[in-house]
Every structure is written in structure tokens, then in C-alpha cells.
Design a protein around this ligand. Structure first.
Ligand SMILES: Cc1cc2nc3c(=O)[nH]c(=O)nc-3n(C[C@H](O)[C@H](O)[C@H](O)COP(=O)(O)OP(=O)(O)OC[C@H]3O[C@@H](n4cnc5c(N)ncnc54)[C@H](O)[C@@H]3O)c2cc1C
Length: 506
């Protein structure tokens, strides 16, 4: 990696934020390269969890060192939506929406099939609204159109998903300014382009972090406590393959820096990893047409399901696998796990294409590029194009057409039935999408990392996606709780770490 100067860093940061449509300068890099090597709290990672932790720890009176291997702060949030779910929020009160943390917890347990850690889920549901108010006090604004019921994930019973203005980067812009103030007053030192490589252990606990700068030069930072806030492992192909082999070829839109370093370091220091087998991919995404400047994926739920009738979904086996009209995101995500490689082909005919709006953005570009949309005059040729067994695909479509004629789908109970019969035939080539990871470092509800037999590893905390979202979501994707929990737990880890430092324990 080439050496990036502080000037480069500032320029790039400003450019990144400007590119994200955010106004106003944020220094963000002040303090980079400072020589401090000792602190009460070392925070590894400057995404949502790390920023919430660093600001809180500084405000609680601790000296704080933040390291991030990227040249700018923000982590996954720089590419994320801004949703945040909270029960009892100011916005809910203003709109007279009745809600409570208890109700949030019940919803979460329904969505997560009761698999979340009870203590962490309670902490999240109880602290989400106070954390949201804290964020507002730091300058983060939430869209007044919310709170909403968020159809992109399994629905809560109550409208409690709020959206930060400016999406994920909206949080980072405001938190970055707050961090700058604490850097200016000497409470925080930020070391960008500094990679944490391993935890330093002493006397049975964690006492620091060995880091390397962008030239590979290592040094040891001493910390009374260390908060791992360095995200998930979605961009580490080898880890995805090892823990979730059926998703090895699924689309991934995780931050390039979500490489599982925190999981690896914590495990080497004796921490347990949990829920590594859980990884419900989002249903579903397609690759971009070449040259398009759009994000990697667009969900089929915003394309095919509400606006486009008459397609059937088959797997690589050439067979249907669910009721295509299901309104439940969880049912779709669950069905993805039953098919090879989470690969989905949405099949439809020319009559449906002409009768509806195109089922995908940039339909013509995709068709021309020939990768995401395939077309053929015969079903057998379409099968060859998408690599599914031709005989099976023909049989599936014949059977489905017979269900249409009979007005009943005995296989999956689909109600909206339209024949597929007019050539040319089309297939959209889609896949489940990994956007955050669900397995990670086991913690208790004080965010202390736990080892074998749930023993606390003194001095080590973990907050945010590094914990694996299943610890608070259970076995299902829950709206606004990726961002939300990173912020709630980052803040809580800092409070607990500072309390431990004050009490002389770790
Ligand atoms: C495209 C996308 C859309 C999303 N949309 C939503 C949404 O709408 N709502 C929602 O609730 N959630 C959403 N999420 C999930 C949510 O944004 C993330 O789970 C959350 O931002 C994770 O925050 P984090 O601080 O735990 O980790 P990260 O944001 O991943 O931050 C980790 C930081 O640690 C740094 N780091 C990594 N390894 C090291 C190392 N060895 N040394 C030093 N630094 C290191 C990284 O550079 C990074 O800055 C989305 C995620 C993605 C990718």
C-alpha cells in the first residue's frame, strides 16, 4: 500500500464525504500519527461501534486511543442505510405511537426464533431509545417521516424504524465532528491506516494491542482495556467458505475492511466465537450491469414482487423452492438456505414483460450485457444459458402451468398464478446477499469478551458486528438493528470499560 500523507488523507476524506452528498468539512484525521502509545481505553475500529465507544469513553473521562486500518473513519456505515430501530423514541412519542422495550423484545424474539442472547437483546431494546436521543444531542438528525414499518426486513408489529438523514454516512459525519472535538482537546488520539494485528495478554487478561502502520512497522499500544469494534467477516472469502460453505459464492456487499480480524484476534486471546453457522443472506441481489455506477445489488423485493407478476423462482436444480408471492422477507431468506449456493433464477415470459414494468432497474443494459438477464426462445435453451438441468426446468414450468390452469398451487400455496408460455423466455440471475455477518465474539451484557465456560477475559470488550449480529438478532434479520446495536453496544462497552478502569479492575 502506498504511503498516504495526512494531506492526502484529509483530501480523500473530504472527497469521500462530498461524494456521499454530505456538506461541510470534517477534519476526521486530526491526531493521525500521534505518538501516544498508552491509554485507558484502546478502541480497535472506527465504524459506528468504535466511534460511539471512543466518544463515550472520552466523555467519561478516559484517555482513548482509536486505531483503524482504513485511511478514513466510518467502516460499513459509509455504504449503509441509516435505519435505527428504537422503542419509546422521541419520534414515536411525537406521533403518539405506543411502544415499549418489552414489545420490541417480543418482536425481536419472534423474528429471531428466540435464539438471541437474552441479556444482550434486553440491553439493546432498553437502550436503543436513550442512545437515539444521545445521537440527536450529538447532531444526528432522523427523518421526520419515520418511525416506519420497514418492509425490507420481517415486519415488527409497531412502527419503530427511524432513518438517519444522510443514511449511514449521516451518522459518520456527525460522529466524526464530535470525535474531532475530543481529539482537539487531547482526550482522543486517532491512528488511521493502523492495523491491529494481535492482542497483547498479560496476567491472564488483555493489556494492549500490537499494531502495524501502513509500512508494516509494528509497535505495541498499552491499554488498561481494549474494545474490539472492528466489524464482521463478510469480506473474508476464506472465513465465509469455512463457516458458511453454502454461501461461498453468494454476492457480498460488506465493507472491504470487514475481514474478521477481531474474531481472529479475540479467538487467539482465548475468546469463544458463537453463531458462526448462522448467516441468513438477504433475498436477493443481482450484479450490476457493466459500467453502471449503481450499488452492487438491488433487492428483488423492490422489483419483482410488488410490481411484477408471473415469474417463478427456481434453484440451480431447476425446481421451485417457495411461494414466490410470500410477503415475508424471513420466509424468503430461510428458503435461500435450502437451495444450492443461495442462487435464484427468476423465470418469466415475454407476455409478462410486456404487461408489466420491467422487473429490474436498467433492464435493457442488463439484457445487453448478458450476465444478469438471460433470454432464449425455448425453455431448454434458457436452461442451458443459466446452467440448470433442461429437462427439470421444462418439467417445473409444465407442472406450474398445470397449477395455473387448475387455479391451485399444491406445492407452495401460491395464489397469483399466471402461465409462462410466450417466448422469448427470460431468467434473472440472482443470489442471496451477505451484507453483515451473524457470528462473532461471545460477550456478556457488559460487552466483556467471554472464553471457555463463559469466563470473562479481563480487559477485553467487543461491540458491534464483531460480536456477530445473531447475539442480539437471533436467527433472522431485524430492521435497524445492525446500526442500532453497533451504536448501543459501542456506547455501553465504553461505559463498562471506563468503570472497570476506575475501579482498578479490568
Ligand atoms: C451495504 C450495507 C447496508 C447496510 N444497511 C443497514 C441498514 O440500513 N440498517 C442497519 O441497521 N444496518 C445496516 N447495515 C449493517 C450495519 O451498517 C453494520 O453492521 C454496522 O455499521 C457495523 O458497524 P461496526 O462498527 O460494528 O463495524 P464496521 O462498520 O465494519 O467498522 C469496523 C471498523 O474496523 C476497522 N478494522 C477492521 N479490522 C481492523 C484491524 N485489524 N485494525 C484496525 N481497524 C480495523 C474497519 O476499517 C472499520 O472502520 C448495512 C451494512 C452494509 C454493508
Amino acid at each position: 500500500m502506498s504511503r498516504i500523507t495526512r494531506r492526502d488523507f484529509l483530501t480523500r476524506t473530504a472527497a469521500t464525504l462530498a461524494g456521499a452528498g454530505l456538506a461541510g468539512p470534517a477534519t476526521l484525521a486530526a491526531g493521525q500519527g500521534a505518538t501516544r502509545s498508552r491509554a485507558d481505553v484502546i478502541v480497535v475500529g472506527a465504524g459506528l461501534a468504535g466511534l460511539a465507544a471512543a466518544i463515550t469513553a472520552a466523555d467519561e473521562g478516559a484517555s482513548v486511543l482509536v486505531v483503524d486500518k482504513h485511511y478514513r473513519i466510518g467502516g460499513s456505515a459509509m455504504g449503509a442505510g441509516g435505519s435505527f430501530s428504537a422503542a419509546g423514541s422521541r419520534l414515536q412519542r411525537e406521533k403518539k405511537i405506543e411502544d415499549s422495550p418489552e414489545r420490541h423484545l417480543q418482536d425481536a424474539n419472534r423474528i429471531g426464533k428466540g435464539k438471541a442472547d437474552p441479556g444482550l437483546l434486553r440491553l439493546y431494546t432498553e437502550q436503543a431509545a436513550p442512545t437515539q436521543e444521545w445521537l440527536e444531542s450529538l447532531g444526528i438528525e432522523f427523518d421526520a417521516k419515520g418511525p416506519r414499518l420497514a418492509p425490507e426486513h420481517e415486519l415488527y408489529t409497531t412502527a419503530r424504524t427511524c432513518d438517519a438523514k444522510g443514511g449511514g454516512p449521516g451518522y459518520i459525519m456527525a460522529l466524526g465532528k464530535q470525535l474531532d472535538q475530543r481529539i482537539a482537546s487531547g482526550k482522543v488520539t486517532l491512528m488511521a491506516e493502523t492495523e491491529a494485528r494481535r492482542l497483547v495478554t498479560r496476567g491472564g487478561g488483555v493489556a494492549g494491542v500490537a499494531v502495524a502502520d501502513d509500512s508494516g512497522r509494528e509497535r505495541v499500544l498499552s491499554g488498561k482495556t481494549v474494545i474490539l469494534a472492528c466489524g464482521g467477516y463478510g469480506s473474508n472469502a476464506a472465513m465465509v467458505k469455512r463457516y458458511n460453505p453454502s454461501l461461498a459464492s453468494a454476492l457480498r456487499i460488506t465493507s472491504k475492511y470487514a475481514t474478521g480480524d477481531g474474531l481472529r484476534m479475540a479467538e487467539a486471546a482465548g475468546a469463544a466465537l458463537v453463531n458462526m453457522d448462522l448467516l441468513p443472506p438477504y433475498f436477493a441481489g443481482v450484479e450490476n450491469p457493466p459500467g453502471s455506477r449503481r450499488t452492487l445489488m438491488i433487492s428483488l423485493i423492490s422489483g419483482i414482487v410488488p410490481n411484477f407478476k408471473g415469474d417463478v423462482w427456481v434453484s440451480k436444480l431447476g425446481t421451485r423452492f417457495m411461494n414466490e408471492d410470500s410477503l415475508s422477507p424471513d420466509e424468503r431468506e430461510r428458503a435461500l438456505r435450502t437451495i444450492p449456493d443461495a442462487a435464484v433464477f427468476a423465470i418469466f415470459d415475454d407476455a409478462q414483460l410486456k404487461a408489466n414494468k420491467p422487473p429490474l432497474f436498467a433492464f435493457d443494459e442488463h439484457l445487453k450485457a448478458g450476465k444478469t438477464i438471460k433470454r432464449a426462445n425455448a425453455m431448454g435453451d434458457l436452461a442451458l444459458e443459466i446452467g440448470v438441468p433442461a429437462g427439470q426446468l421444462a418439467k417445473t414450468i409444465d407442472t406450474y402451468n398445470r397449477f395455473v390452469d387448475a387455479g391451485r398451487d399444491p406445492d407452495f400455496g401460491r395464489k397469483d398464478l399466471v402461465r409462462i408460455q410466450v417466448p422469448p423466455f427470460y431468467a434473472i440471475v440472482a443470489s442471496g446477499v451477505i451484507f453483515m455477518t451473524m457470528g462473532g465474539v461471545k460477550t456478556n451484557a457488559r460487552l466483556q469478551a467471554l472464553g471457555a465456560g463463559d469466563t470473562v477475559i479481563p480487559g477485553l470488550y467487543a461491540a458491534g458486528e464483531v460480536q456477530g449480529a445473531a447475539q442480539w438478532m437471533g436467527d433472522g434479520l431485524m430492521s435497524g438493528a445492525g446500526n442500532g446495536a453497533a451504536l448501543v453496544f459501542g456506547r455501553q462497552a465504553a461505559k463498562d470499560a471506563v468503570q472497570a478502569v476506575r475501579g482498578g479492575q479490568r
